[in-house]
Design a protein around this ligand. Structure first.
Ligand code: HDD
Length: 702
């Protein structure tokens, strides 16, 4: 056998896709991109990392056709060496995430509040990269567990990178960074058994939080529908902490950051989220990617809640306490800009995995307050990148590199990519006087200066391991949150507590948690206890008795939902005998209303986007049954078809049905209501919403 024969026996030639490296266009980030090869192109040859052309990518070098592999095979050794080291440590929290590039456009300049570059002029555009994540699960875990979602945005501003590293809930579990490692240990899989994955529903989490009354407000958020979003595109984001805006005159204003989704907020119901987990591990990642891919760019408005010290001092909570919100009714959110995500990452690892966020990345015009949780974060995020990305030079990775000039005297370190010229690697120096490049100098007028007066909570004082007095009110806002929800949302919160605490094996933990809930709301505690078949325990002692705050409509998802088909998907089930005209008509109606149609059939070859068994209705916002009587008769014997309809009804979705499909509705136990329509305009109208009043028919609510 000749070498040529050998090559042929290894693999078919698939067109020679090879990877040549070139400097990306624009050059600002020195991004290196791989592109497909073309044999005609000189650069298209497969090479080693040393640039040596590879003649055979199928066979290792052997001593004879049946002999051992030779150690001298540098092509094989280099390939395996690189492969063996492809994985880097995952993030200790927020390991599973999805990201996208986009643009932030200022819609209302606020120079009176801040000198931050992106907010100086209406119309000003700033490139961004956003990453959304679950918190507890590992990198390979699923997208739809009940979990808080990370909402991190890197603004590549003219004055440096500004990272707004927030969540989709505006409060946090703990008040002091000292407790973060304990919280994370408790929520992740249990130390001895290595499970459960990606869920808080287990003993150690509830043990910890039931012993930490400060977590109560966040627990209410976590047990609400906020943590089972329908789409990453349909959730709010929050900077959580009180930050400080500083204007050009040095005047400071306190600020909370909000992201409001243009598509409106939308969540799933719990059974739907659980079924999505089985249907598609990548449900949110795919949804984000596909939306951007088809040009349906997700967008959020950036809002500011701004206030002064007088306002802060007048509130019954401490604005430095990250377990508290500032109700929007007391301090309105002013919209100052819009973020649109309009470009998928070209490479998941290079961008979404290697992006490194850090709350300490601020720019002139943005500063910190003395929130003790924030201060721990200012250390932790920089520190973790050394472990994860392996070098202090991680800021040179294209996704992390600023897009404005970056010059200093920091030098060397692992994976140094820059080649600074000359002798100037210290300052002050007078090398310029000798005709050499002396390097950059500090800029007192335009450089970052920390806000000087250390006011609220930041007064210098004795060194004490202590918290401010109002931090001890653990329940007033949890109560406000519960009482601000619709009855259906309250039932979901009760259901979530019952579900999670039912997974807790140690009964004393369940009991302790319910005793805390009595401080929040007696109705909530009683219903959870009933759902657990637990005798109502006495209320836990409260460090500070809760007060009754005014309910806030802004805290409810259902009160703020947008009735629209935009960004929503309708699942259309059809069969062998369905007229193409009907499908075309449905598609037009759905698309005219801003939605998209996903066609499902028992056999994919019928022209469907998905096969029935792999396309449960949990994946869609509404379903249309475009079946003839003959098709329906066959599908009555198909469990997946019956489940398709039963779940859509149970998940409170609109169901549009052709006359021929009615037998399937009956078999699935569908009862007539406003959400069950024909395949007409009424269906399109119904598809813009969920039918929460249907819920008592399909679920035993405690
Ligand atoms: Fe954190 C990652 C959000 C408290 C320490 N955090 C991380 C990410 C988000 C948040 C969105 C993922 C960023 C990405 O996509 O890469 N974290 C929050 C919010 C908090 C918070 C909103 C409370 C208001 N975090 C917090 C504390 C500490 C950390 C108190 C430690 C003292 N967080 C980290 C970390 C991570 C992280 C361990 C893991 C990976 C990373 O930073 O880059 O350093």
């Amino acid at each position: 056998m000749t070498n040529d024969d050998n090559a042929k026996s290894g693999a078919e030639d698939t067109g020679g896709r090879s990877f040549a490296f070139e400097t990306g266009s624009g050059g600002e980030t020195h991004q290196r991109v791989a592109k497909g090869g073309d044999h005609a192109d000189e650069d298209a040859h497969l090479t080693t990392n040393q640039g040596v052309r590879i003649s055979d990518n199928q066979n290792s070098l052997k001593s004879g056709a049946r002999g051992p592999v030779l150690l001298e095979d540098f092509v094989l050794r280099e390939k395996l060496f690189h492969f063996d080291h492809e994985r880097i440590p995952e993030r200790i929290v927020h390991a599973r995430g999805s990201g996208a590039h986009g643009t932030f456009t200022c819609t209302r300049a606020v120079p009176e509040l801040t000198r931050a570059a992106p907010l100086q002029a209406a119309g000003k555009e700033t490139p961004v990269f956003a990453r959304f994540s679950t918190v507890a699960g590992n990198r390979g875990s699923v997208d739809t567990p009940r979990d808080v979602r990370g909402f991190a945005v890197k603004f590549y501003t003219d004055e440096g990178n500004w990272d707004l590293v927030g969540n989709n809930c505006p409060v946090f579990f703990i008040q002091d960074a000292m407790k973060f490692p304990d919280l994370v240990h408790a929520v992740k899989m249990e130390a001895d058994r290595g499970y459960p994955q990606a869920t808080a529903a287990h003993d150690t989490f509830w043990d910890f939080v039931s012993l930490m009354p400060e977590s109560t407000n966040m627990l209410l958020w976590a047990m609400s529908d906020r943590t089972i979003p329908r789409s990453l595109r349909m959730m709010e984001g929050f900077g959580v902490h009180t930050f400080r805006l500083v204007n050009a005159e040095g005047k400071s204003t306190f600020c909370k950051f909000h992201w409001k989704p243009v598509l409106g907020m939308q969540s799933t119901v719990w059974d739907e989220a659980a079924k999505l987990q089985g249907a598609d591990n990548d449900y949110h990642r795919r949804d984000l990617y596909e939306a951007i891919d088809r040009g349906d760019f997700p967008a959020w408005d950036l809002g500011l809640q701004t206030f002064d010290e007088e306002f802060a001092a007048a509130q019954p909570y401490d604005v430095l306490d990250a377990t508290k919100i500032i109700p929007e009714e007391d301090c309105p959110v002013q919209i100052v800009g819009r973020m649109e995500l309009n470009r998928n990452p070209a490479n998941f690892f290079a961008e979404t995995e290697q992006v490194a966020f850090c709350p300490a990345n601020v720019i002139p015009g943005i500063d910190f307050t003395a929130d003790p949780l924030l201060h721990g974060r200012l250390f932790s995020y920089l520190d973790t990148q050394l472990k994860r990305l392996g070098t202090t030079n991680f800021h040179q990775i294209p996704i992390n590199a600023p897009r404005c000039p970056m010059r200093n005297f920091q030098r060397d370190g692992h994976m140094q990519m820059m080649v600074p010229e000359g002798r100037a690697n210290y300052e002050p120096n007078s090398l310029a006087m000798g005709g050499e490049d002396g390097g950059p100098r500090e800029c007192p007028e335009t450089g970052y200066t920390s806000f000087a007066p250390r006011d609220i909570g930041g007064e210098a004082g004795d060194s004490l391991r202590i918290r401010a007095e109002l931090f001890a009110d653990h329940f007033s806002q949890a109560r406000q949150f519960y009482r601000s929800q619709t009855p259906s949302e309250q039932a979901h919160i009760v259901g979530a507590f019952v579900f999670e605490l039912s997974k807790v094996e140690l009964v004393h933990i369940r009991t302790r948690m319910v005793s805390r809930l009595r401080n929040v709301d007696e109705d909530l505690a009683r219903r959870v206890a009933e759902g657990l078949a637990l005798d109502l325990p006495p209320a836990a002692p409260a460090a500070r008795p809760p007060i009754d705050m005014r309910p806030s409509d802004a805290l409810s998802i259902q009160k703020n939902m947008r009735r629209t088909l935009e960004g929503r998907v309708v699942g259309v089930l059809f069969g062998e005998n369905t007229e193409q005209d009907l499908l075309d008509e449905l598609q037009d109606m759905i698309e005219d209303a801003g939605g998209s149609a996903h066609f499902v059939a028992p056999k994919v070859g019928l022209g469907a986007d998905g096969q029935l068994a792999g396309s449960p209705s949990a994946k869609f916002d509404a379903i249309a049954l475009a079946l003839t009587e003959e098709d329906t008769a066959k599908l009555l014997k198909e469990g997946a078809a019956v489940q398709f309809v039963m779940d859509a009804f149970g998940h409170l979705k609109a169901i549009g049905a052709s006359a021929g499909s009615l037998a399937l509705l009956d078999k699935a136990g569908v009862e007539a209501d406003d959400g069950v329509t024909g395949l007409d305009a009424a269906f399109i109208e119904a598809a813009t919403r969920r039918f929460f009043d249907r819920e008592p028919k399909v679920r035993m609510l405690v």
